[in-house]
Design a protein around this ligand. Structure first.
Ligand code: NAP
Length: 281
């Protein structure tokens, strides 16, 4: 297959590249290939892809809140450009989206067909990307992931470890819930999904969910810092430009129905922390 990967230098993009390494790839990323520029449509179409994996995004949630123009340019206009390129080539497109398209007010996990209700600029721009993909293409996958961590990423796991090393004590939100998700596991699941040819909307996260506080505890435990004290706080007590959805937990219903499930998040955290430790981090 001929496969375009956008955002290939990112945390997930690198893993997608590894998972599809036996295919003919066109990896796209900044600075050379900016998805906000209309020329990217031709760049995608000219490659004559069978599949476009669209992982590029302006992912700094607080940065999006401070610069809505850039957020919508990258996540909505950029997605439109990539979708038009896929359309011109007759390629299927897989759009990586986020748990944050839901407002987090539900007490139950969100299913694939629940209506998005984004509350931050980042989430609104990603939801706009979903809408564009649905409007422009019939052969699409929307894959929502959450709380991503993985090799070469600057993520919650690496932040908790460096804060523990630096401060020796942590304050972490106990009222924000989600599904910690390992980028290599998502990439492997994406590969299986596209091999199935079952288009649609999917929630591909590691199994289970937890609070940020419990996530931090699991990370410290695995890293041998189990005695570092954690004070549970409310997310409102951690001032930041954007407001996170408090209970944006995803349920994997569509993938599970075809046998596509990811391992429990605790196992993935253990593997990742062991990898970081083996690298001396
Ligand atoms: N991280 C999470 O916790 C999380 C959770 C849910 C969903 N997601 C979604 O998962 C996907 C992958 O996330 P990630 O953590 O791998 O993000 P990431 O590490 O920030 O990777 C995104 C990549 O896209 C690139 N990019 C940004 N703007 C671009 C533009 N205008 N043109 C071309 N490339 C551009 C970035 O380049 P620069 O680094 O140079 O900006 C980066 O290489 C995203 O769609 C994100 O919305 C992430």
């Amino acid at each position: 297959m001929r496969v375009v990967i956008t955002g290939h230098n990112g945390q997930l993009g690198r893993q997608l590249q590894a998972a599809f390494a036996d295919h003919q790839l066109l990896p796209l990323d900044l600075p050379g290939d900016d998805i906000t520029q209309p020329a990217i449509c031709t760049r995608v179409a000219d490659f004559k892809p069978d599949l476009v994996l669209h992982a590029a995004a302006f992912t700094n949630v607080d940065g999006c809140e401070q610069d809505p123009e850039q957020a919508f340019r990258a996540n909505a206009v950029g997605t439109q450009n990539i979708a038009l390129g896929a359309q011109a080539a007759g390629a299927a497109l897989l759009y990586i989206s986020t748990n944050e398209v839901f407002d987090g007010s539900a007490r139950e996990a969100y299913r694939e067909w629940d209506r998005p209700s984004p509350i931050s600029v980042y989430a609104r721009s990603k939801a706009a990307g979903e809408q564009i993909v649905r409007d422009l293409l019939s052969r699409f996958y929307i894959v929502r992931v959450a709380w991503l961590f993985g090799p070469s990423g600057n993520n919650f796991v690496t932040k908790i470890l460096s804060a523990a090393q630096k401060n020796g004590a942590l304050r972490v939100a106990a009222d924000e819930f989600g599904n910690p998700t390992y980028a290599p596991d998502v990439a492997a699941a994406v590969r299986r999904l596209v091999e199935s040819g079952h288009f649609g909307i999917y929630h591909l996260t590691n199994r289970g969910f937890c609070s940020r506080c419990d996530f931090a505890r699991a990370i410290l435990q695995q890293a041998g810092y189990g005695d570092v004290p954690i004070t549970p706080i409310l997310s409102a007590d951690w001032p930041r430009p954007s407001r996170p959805p408090l209970h944006s937990v995803l349920a994997n219903t569509a993938g599970a129905a075809m046998g596509l499930t990811l391992r429990p998040w605790e196992q993935a955290v253990a593997e990742y922390v062991a990898l970081l430790r083996s690298e001396g981090k």
